[in-house]
Design a protein around this ligand. Structure first.
Ligand code: ADP
Ligand code: MG
Length: 285
């Protein structure tokens, strides 16, 4: 391999919004035949807005605001922004903890609070159940606030597809790559985004280790997998993948776990990267 060609390739990738974090990233990229994308923050912008909160009482606003302020998850940012606008005073939370792929927990006035994914088996009153059904139909991401093990409130957030997400997926498919989506979100929210961008193979309610297990399974079948993700919840899969690609807008932990960083908020740079890597390594060989 001529170092000059590698350098030229790296420079060209830089122009496409790719940052190489490992020496063999280009060679790895050239071998990729399967791409798995995370949903929230990868296919979508992750700049979520709170679209529903029920019941919206001062206590509920204070509990969700006080707990989510400590998290960097896109849902937490959406909740914090909303609660701040209401002028609700926040309170310190004791024993805060975060479980990637699920949510956050902590204590307030000796009550145990948790905010995280609505799993579907919870006891909800009629008013809550009605709202959840509507939000599901809209493909919203839905979370619950639990106080001492009881659902006290539900909330929904909305997100937007990244620029040219559908176009990027269609070009990746045209190159003969197999495309998957893996998300920690619900089946309904997963289906909406998968249909919008044109992905047929998708898995929902995937915990961080489930995403890594999917990578492992496809690689055991002989595929070279690129995993594209943005969150702490994606880092086990980014590490396991033949090529880990982190969104530059994502968490530092995800960026450190990847071989490559996408520095532009547009998914066409993913297409450019995989194409260029194949061209460059062909020149080197
Ligand atoms: P994705 O795989 O799409 O990036 P995550 O794995 O980060 O999604 O999150 C999965 C689900 O867990 C979310 O859809 C949400 O319901 C819940 N969740 C995770 N973190 C939080 C949080 N800080 N607040 C509320 N809900 C959360
Ligand atoms: Mg994500």
């Amino acid at each position: 391999a001529t170092p000059l060609a590698v350098l030229a390739g790296a420079q060209r990738l830089g122009g496409y919004g790719m940052l190489l974090r490992s020496d063999d990233a280009l060679e790895r990229a050239a071998e990729v035949d399967t791409v798995i994308l995370d949903k929230t923050g990868t296919l979508t912008t992750g700049q979520m807005t709170l679209t529903g909160l029920w019941p919206e009482t001062p206590e509920v606003l204070q509990m969700v605001g006080s707990l989510e302020i400590a998290s960097e998850h896109p849902i937490a940012t959406a909740v914090s922004k909303y609660v701040e606008q209401t002028g609700t005073p926040l309170r310190p939370i004791a024993n805060f903890s975060e479980e990637p792929g699920w949510g956050v927990a902590g204590e307030l006035d000796n009550h145990h609070l948790r905010i995280g994914a609505l799993e579907g088996h919870e006891q909800l009153d009629d008013a809550m159940a009605e709202r959840v059904a509507t939000w599901r139909d809209e493909g919203r991401t839905i979370a619950k606030l639990e106080v001492d093990g009881h659902v006290r409130a539900i909330l929904s957030v909305g997100d937007q597809l990244r620029a040219q997400a559908r176009e990027a997926i269609s070009q990746l498919k045209a190159q003969g790559l197999a495309i998957w989506m893996a998300t920690g979100d619900s089946p309904e929210a997963a289906a909406l985004v998968a249909n919008q961008v044109g992905i047929e193979h998708y898995l929902s309610r995937q915990k961080p280790l489930d995403k890594a297990a999917l990578v492992e399974k496809l690689e055991a079948e002989g595929h070279h997998v690129a995993f594209v993700g943005d969150g702490i919840n994606d880092s086990p899969a980014l590490v396991k993948a033949h090529l880990g690609i982190a969104m530059g807008t994502g968490s530092d932990i995800a960026i450190e776990a990847g071989h490559l960083t996408l520095t532009r908020p547009n998914l066409m740079s993913l297409v450019d990267t995989l194409t260029t890597s194949k061209q460059v390594t062909r020149i080197i060989k």
